[in-house]
Structures are given as C-alpha cells and as structure tokens.
Design a protein around this ligand. Sequence first.
Ligand SMILES: Cc1cn([C@H]2C[C@H](O)[C@@H](COP(=O)(O)OP(=O)(O)OP(=O)(O)O)O2)c(=O)[nH]c1=O
Length: 192
Amino acid sequence: MKFILGSGSPRRRDLLAQIGVVPDDILPPDIDEDPARGELPRPYCQRLAREKAAAVAAGPDDIVLCADTTVALGRRILGKPADAIEAESFLRALSGRRHRVITAVAVRRGDRLWQRDVVSAVKMKRLSDQEIVAYVASGDWQGKAGGYGIQGMAGAFIPWIEGSFTGIVGLPLAETAGLLQAAGYPVYGESA
Ligand SMILES: Cc1cn([C@H]2C[C@H](O)[C@@H](COP(=O)(O)OP(=O)(O)OP(=O)(O)O)O2)c(=O)[nH]c1=O
C-alpha cells in the first residue's frame, strides 16, 4: 500500500505533515475545473474532489487523497483568480461580507471512495483601497480560491470564522484523519 497525495497544493502537504502523515508520492490531478451551468458551490466542490481522486493513477491497494476548496459568495463560485485584476474584483466582492469556504475531501482505495465536505463561514471586514492594492501587490492571492489566504497577510482581513480553520486553508484535518482511517491508513500508527 502506497499513500498518494493527489494534490499540487503545498498547503495540503503541510497540513498533512501537521498530523505526521507523509505521502509516498505526490501526483497533482489535471482536471477541468469549470463549473457546470447553474451548478451550486457545494455540489461543485464535491464533484471536483471526486473527479480529482478518479484522475490520479494508483494501484488497487494504494490510498489516494484529493481535495477541493471553493469559495462561495451566495450561489456564486469564486475559484482561483486568473490574474491580478480578477483577484482585485474578488476582494471587492468579498469586502464587508460573509461568505462560505467549502472543502471537499475524497479518499480512494481501488474502487472504494470515502468523501466528506466541510463548510465554514467567514466574515471579511470592509477593505480599504489601500488594503486591496497592497494585498494584490503581495501576490499572496495566487493559486488560492476566492483570491485570498487566511493563513497569510489576509488573516488581518478576517475578524470572524465559524467552522474549520484547516478546512479554509485547504484540508480539514479532523475529517481527513477520519477518512484516512476508514480507508485503512494507519494515521496514529495502528496497523492497516
Ligand atoms: C480560502 C483559501 C484557500 N486557499 C487555497 C487552498 C487550495 O490550495 C486553493 C484552492 O484550490 P484547489 O483547486 O482546491 O486546489 P489546488 O489547485 O491548490 O491544488 P490541487 O487541485 O492540486 O489539490 O486555495 C488557501 O490556501 N487559503 C485560504 O484561506
């Protein structure tokens, strides 16, 4: 049995390391992340995690872990900004409002699949032009859903959350540990 992290996200690798889980291999999945017409954020996020897990090549006894993090502003899905202009428009849309951050996790072993998703509520303070300009210039929005990372400079923009901090950063650890154990991975050193 090999444990494969199906993710190119350094956050997910670091979060797993936080609980002592080190992948034998890292294989980032390559899938189309465009939402379907009218698709709502939560089903979209669940679908992406599932499709990522299906897209990673693995042996029948290997355990593959994939995840997707989606920022939802009402029914609107905010993905990873394509450029600085889009990052700025996302921040202006989120400024002074509450939104949800959904992370869906999928663990696959052979043709068995275990899935969980965690929805967190996040309040962003009203941002000044200066804050937005400085944040966009920092480049910290790159590769992050909604165009911000709570674990970085944007932590100063977020006075309140309800849910899972690790879920917002990209991998909800409590749920992830449970899924790995269900699939037979010895998270706490127990034999598989
Ligand atoms: C909201 C938020 C998202 N993010 C990140 C987590 C995810 O890496 C990213 C959302 O993109 P994802 O598509 O979930 O993941 P990814 O493209 O980084 O990696 P892969 O598909 O290979 O697993 O946004 C933060 O780091 N901090 C935050 O506060």
